[in-house]
Design a binder for this molecule. Structure first.
Ligand SMILES: [Zn+2]
Length: 239
């Protein structure tokens, strides 16, 4: 991958990659009933900037938006129109109802850039007769857990009991290679509360959606799916 990156510096620069992600956010439909001063795309762009800068919290990022220089930089770096960054409250109100599927496009576009510029070749895994294949480890991970705070989409643990708790899990997968330091993440799949109450059931249901999405987005890439003991019962022969 290193050589390909050196040859195609512009396509792999942070500026180009952030611009690609920003353009995807421009295409998310505005679900707000009334016209608002803040352009809709500024919400997902601001949320992305917050995560990309690894801000400690929404509140920490909220303080930045009051700083003129920070706003100028956010406009220039993350294409946040006129540097208008929404408050943490408005950000929650507008971003929370978005379908998580709206955030999958940037993952697809970024992998397409890697593929188009020949850098994916560096991840090709060869072992015996296995050629032209890529390794895709997949596993579930926790995003949120609380004994008190919840939303309508939270999965529920110990329902109806004294120690009832709320959580969100996600299933993620990256294309990896033993000799590459970089990994190529694919769009993760949220584990929904309808997926079941047992960890095993939840991950099995989510992985079916995850693999269907991968196949839809990247039909030409031959993958070897690497799973832990929980998910190995899932039939993956389609890949
Ligand atoms: Zn929730």
């Amino acid at each position: 991958m290193g050589t390909a990156i050196q040859k195609k510096v512009r396509q792999f620069s942070a500026t180009y990659l952030i611009k690609t992600v920003s353009e995807c956010f421009e295409k998310i439909p505005d679900h707000r009933p009334n016209k608002c001063i803040i352009p809709f795309a500024n919400f997902p762009k601001s949320a992305f900037a917050m995560m990309h800068q690894k801000c400690d919290s929404l509140l920490a990022f909220d303080e930045e938006r009051l700083d003129e220089v920070c706003c100028h930089n956010l406009e220039k770096l993350y294409h946040i129109k006129d540097g208008i960054v929404p408050s943490d409250t408005r950000m929650r109100e507008v971003v929370d109802p978005l379908d998580p599927a709206e955030h999958k496009t940037p993952f697809k576009k970024l992998l397409n850039i890697v593929q188009r510029n020949g850098a994916l070749k560096g991840f090709e895994f060869k072992c015996g007769k296995l050629k032209d294949h890529y390794l895709l480890p997949v596993d579930g991970t926790g995003l949120f857990y609380s004994g008190t705070c919840r939303c309508d989409d939270c999965c529920i643990m110990n329902e109806g009991k004294k120690n009832e708790a709320y959580y969100h899990n996600i299933l993620g997968g990256c294309i990896v290679h033993p000799k590459q330091k970089t990994v190529l993440p694919l769009a993760p799949e949220a584990i929904c509360k309808q997926d079941g109450t047992k960890k095993n059931d939840c991950e099995k249901a989510a992985i079916r959606r995850f693999l269907a999405q991968v196949k839809h987005d990247h039909p030409q890439i031959k993958l070897v799916i690497l799973l832990d003991g929980l998910e190995t019962v899932v039939k993956v022969t389609d890949h």
